[in-house]
Design a protein. Structure first.
Length: 539
């Protein structure tokens, strides 16, 4: 998909600032300003760099603020223009990856153990999970990709048991991480579930951790600083790190994570390369999967994800828009177009949630009920956006007397944290619910370790109501039923990756509120982000 950049005040102000540092004469200053505004806008759209013409390259060389060494504010490498910082992130990540794949592991005979954990089947079908395990035993970096239900977590738990058995009594120190608190909690739950059915001793099971945390917490956030406790100078104390939902990780964070790895450690990235890339800069998992063919294993058989949701996801991923529309238009039980009033349907789905609150049910039951159904929107503003649906849903809930709200905070308000707060152990993407506790309002959160934490509303970092959330914010989450709401007209944000991500958040049922034109056009559009990471890794 070709991106059209739009400039905002920050883009133009930064360009104006940088002009003052150049050696350009009047005639070239306007062209330079537009070029830098384009670069700033491109970064906001998720691109690591901007592709520039030969004429623009000549202008940059004249400016005196760009070179290819990283010693100036701008870096120009052939036709790619970077901000110095993002060029450095890309270079740093590529160097760490090259070091990892160059630091070979001494091969061991693991066939007996592989057969123990992945018994040979009497079939010609390839056991993709076993192939992924073989790769993980022999590589310091392994990327395991696959759609929903392909067994990424099941596979990695078996890999953890295998590696512990192969470590000859010197057990591995393993870290489990994910980009958000919600994703970390899901990883913990999956590990616990898969560990119980392992074909190994209780001693090996005990060596497989089941506590997951966010990447920010793993690295050790420094308050009021962009730097972390663990870095190139102070390495992480882990022999192996498992990273779930890796498609959500942006270029800067991935670079900082890899830079903090211990000298002889391993890392396994889990994710769906067909999902949306990170909200911020880069499409790192997708780029790494393309650059590192030997280290990448794709799980191709789905064990849980089936029926029309699976058929719909495949059609979307293959950009077969007509087939995708036919699936939802046929009104299957598990995949269909919404045929009810949008807001009435959302309110109906939240009746039991508010009943549990009224009946003073325990928080985990309330949280579980809320998480069964979620509205996902493509856009934040405008008609059929997150703001629109949250506003109209609250109004309808008040009318139905399910919510008694005179202020922004009320019993039953679900909120989404949108700003990291390491001091409070709350991170972007965490979901909390406002309840009455000892005659005062508190916001309760289910933490990755299963505990419940309570905060006064005034203490919370920036947050927003979440009867509806953006598809971007839903990454790392899973719901029994999803209602996917698209805008009335096509916008640049609508792509097949966005629709695919929204659809694959649903375990049992997906409903779509959209017209055919918007839906099919979105499915036919693909995200393309400018980056030099693939070429840099393969240099």
């Amino acid at each position: 998909m070709k991106n059209e950049f739009s400039f905002n005040r920050i883009d133009l102000s930064f360009a104006e600032f940088l002009i003052q540092k150049t050696k350009l004469e009047k005639d070239n200053k306007l062209s330079f300003k537009k070029l830098i505004a384009r670069l700033s806008s491109a970064k906001a759209e998720g691109h690591s760099c901007l592709i520039v013409s030969e004429e623009e390259q000549a202008l940059l060389q004249l400016s005196g603020v760009a070179d290819s060494t990283g010693g100036k504010p701008l870096v120009l490498e052939h036709e790619k223009l970077y901000f110095q910082r993002y060029w450095q992130y890309e270079v740093q990540l590529a160097q760490e990856i090259q070091h990892l794949i160059g630091n070979k592991i001494e091969l061991v005979n693991s066939e007996v153990l592989l057969d123990q954990y992945f018994p040979t089947k009497i079939t010609d079908e390839i056991d993709w999970q076993k192939e992924a395990a073989k790769a993980a035993i022999n590589n310091r970096l392994t990327i395991i990709t696959g759609g929903p239900g392909t067994g990424k977590t099941t596979t990695v738990v078996k890999i953890l048991a295998l590696l512990q058995e192969l470590s000859s009594g010197s057990y591995l120190n393993i870290g489990l991480v994910a980009p958000t608190g919600k994703a970390a909690m899901r990883l913990k739950e999956s590990i616990l579930k898969s560990k119980s059915s392992l074909n190994c001793t209780e001693g090996i099971k005990a060596r497989i951790p089941d506590k997951a945390q966010t990447i920010h917490r793993l690295l050790g956030v420094k308050r009021f600083s962009p730097y972390f406790k663990y870095n190139q100078c102070q390495r992480l104390p882990f022999d192996l790190i498992i990273v779930d939902e890796a498609s959500m990780i942006d270029l800067p964070l991935m670079g900082k994570l890899f830079s903090a790895l211990a000298e002889n450690s391993r890392i396994i990235l889990l994710g769906d390369k067909h999902q949306l890339s990170s909200v911020e800069t880069g499409s790192v998992l997708s780029d790494l999967s393309e650059a590192l063919i030997t280290e990448t294993q794709e799980l191709k058989k789905s064990y849980r994800f089936s029926g029309n949701i699976k058929h719909l996801a495949v059609a979307i991923n293959e950009e077969n828009s007509e087939e995708a529309w036919q699936i939802v238009e046929a009104a299957h039980n598990d995949a269909s177009l919404l045929d009810s009033d949008l807001i009435d349907y959302i309110v109906e789905k939240k009746i039991n949630y508010f009943k549990l609150i009224k009946d003073d049910a325990d928080f985990k039951s309330i949280y579980t009920e809320f998480s069964r159904f979620q509205v996902l929107c493509a856009t934040r503003k405008g008609r059929f956006s997150v703001e629109d649906i949250n506003s109209r849903t609250l109004k309808s809930l008040k009318k139905a007397k399910k919510v008694m709200a005179t202020t922004d905070w009320y019993i039953g308000r679900p909120i989404l944290i949108t700003q990291n707060s390491p001091a409070l152990d709350l991170y972007n993407g965490d979901i909390g619910i406002c309840l009455l506790d000892e005659n005062k309002l508190v916001v309760c959160f289910l933490m990755p370790d299963g505990s419940v934490k309570k905060y006064l509303p005034a203490r919370l970092p920036h947050c927003e109501t979440v009867f509806a959330m953006t598809i971007h914010k839903s990454q790392g989450s899973e719901f029994e039923e999803v209602l996917l709401v698209l805008p009335e007209k096509i916008t640049p944000i609508l792509t097949k990756e966005l629709i695919y991500t929204g659809v694959t958040r649903a375990k049992n049922k997906i409903q779509i509120a959209s017209n055919k034109t918007v839906f099919t056009e979105a499915v036919n559009r693909k995200v393309e982000r400018n980056s030099g990471l693939i070429e840099r890794i393969n240099m």
